[in-house]
Design a protein around this ligand. Structure first.
Ligand SMILES: *[C@@H]1O[C@H](CO)[C@@H](O)[C@H](O)[C@H]1NC(C)=O
Ligand SMILES: *[C@@H]1O[C@H](CO)[C@@H](O)[C@H](O)[C@H]1NC(C)=O
Length: 351
């Protein structure tokens, strides 16, 4: 197993404070409903397509989700007791093989035809592309897709699909009061880019601005990096680029700022937490001036709330080697649980 997050349970205490109401979309129903899930949720797994490569999944968060599910109490051997059906297949599966696989599922089991796939789900790192094949169309339109965040544009269907939070190993640095109050803050915003990433005009403007700091990975002096992002009020991310350390930033009290040219619909835990309570979303068009205006305009009380909610939300976004209550694995399963009441289509007589 690769790297896993080191996570301190002390964070749990934060969520019980008054701010809870603003972090969750439905704070009253979330935990009772979560407990119902623990007691009742049953998932049936189909066998992967034959002649599949030994590694089904290529990203660590997918593999981890899959392994955790296989070892979880949510599985059932009896499909008649299942709320949802899981179709494992490698992300590299060609559209043709996928179509054949779904056709076999349709012919060999009674479950697909009942809902045309709506009570089925699958993992696909970058999302399944559209196709004219009926089987793939039904998979894409009806089944719940679990992809990795961020998902390429057009390959995610809001309200139906789910993303896996990024997996990144980090050591939790609990933010100090000074950090939160901005006493020791050197920079307004910190941005980390992967080596070789072509900077856009906006990134160049940000690099040139004295209140922002942009560094390229790998950052040579590790200590240096830590200080710089710890001493920044905001951590900047361009939506779609490498956002793997966003959760790490939140955990250490650096408020994520997501720079985007369109509304983001594929945030992890989108129907559990209120992202506007822990991150700031800024358009690209205002340039660095617009960015600075938005960040400067955030009042102290709101900033403190953003930090606190972000730190509190970390527990739901981290992957633990052994899944723990309310962690990323369980919250993704919870989102599946929310999707168990699927539309059951009337039987159509085909022409
Ligand atoms: C599901 O419906 C298709 C026609 O759309 C049919 O060919 C297939 O046999 C059905 N599957 C089962 C298990 O009855
Ligand atoms: C903030 O600055 C003060 C004085 O320079 C220092 O003693 C303190 O350790 C700093 N706090 C942090 C969190 O860096």
């Amino acid at each position: 197993m690769a790297s896993f997050t080191i996570f301190l349970l002390s964070l749990l205490t934060i969520t019980t404070h008054a701010t809870t109401t603003s972090l969750y979309l439905s704070p009253k129903t979330l935990f009772p409903n979560y407990n119902n899930m623990l007691n009742s949720f049953k998932i049936f797994i189909y066998a992967p397509p034959p002649s599949t490569t030994p590694t089904l999944f290529t990203t660590p968060q997918q593999s981890h989700f899959y392994t955790s599910l296989l070892h979880s109490p949510f599985l059932t051997q009896d499909p008649n007791h299942a709320h949802l059906f899981f179709l494992p297949f490698p992300s590299s599966t060609s559209t043709r093989s996928l179509a054949r696989h779904i056709r076999n599922i349709r012919i060999n089991f009674p479950f697909w035809n009942r809902t045309l796939g709506a009570d089925h789900f699958y993992l696909s790192a970058a999302g399944v592309d559209s196709s004219s094949d009926r089987n793939v169309v039904e998979l894409k339109k009806n089944s719940v897709q679990i992809s990795c965040f961020p998902t390429p544009s057009g390959l995610f269907i809001p309200h139906k699909d789910i993303t896996l939070p990024p997996m990144h190993s980090f050591q939790l640095i609990t933010p100090s009061v000074n950090d939160v109050n901005g006493v020791n803050v050197t920079y307004l915003g910190y941005m980390k880019l992967t080596a070789g990433q072509t900077p856009s005009n906006l990134i160049e403007e940000i690099s040139d601005h004295p209140e922002f700091i942009v560094e390229y990975e790998p950052v040579s002096k590790k200590e240096n990096k830590k200080e710089k992002y710890k001493n920044s009020r905001f951590c900047l991310f361009v939506y779609g680029s490498d956002m793997t350390w966003m959760v790490e930033a939140m955990a250490s009290g650096c408020v994520p700022v997501v720079i985007t040219d369109r509304p983001i619909q594929d945030l992890p835990l989108m129907d559990v937490v209120d992202w506007s309570e822990m991150a700031v979303f800024v358009g690209v068009n205002g340039g660095v001036k617009g960015l600075k205006r938005v960040l400067d305009g955030i009042e102290k009380s709101r900033y403190e709330r953003l930090v606190e909610s972000g730190v509190a939300a970390t527990q739901h976004l981290v992957w633990n080697a052994e899944p723990q209550a309310h962690d990323a694995f369980h919250m993704v399963v919870y989102q599946l649980w929310l999707r168990r009441h699927t539309v059951r289509y009337a039987r159509w007589v085909e022409q």
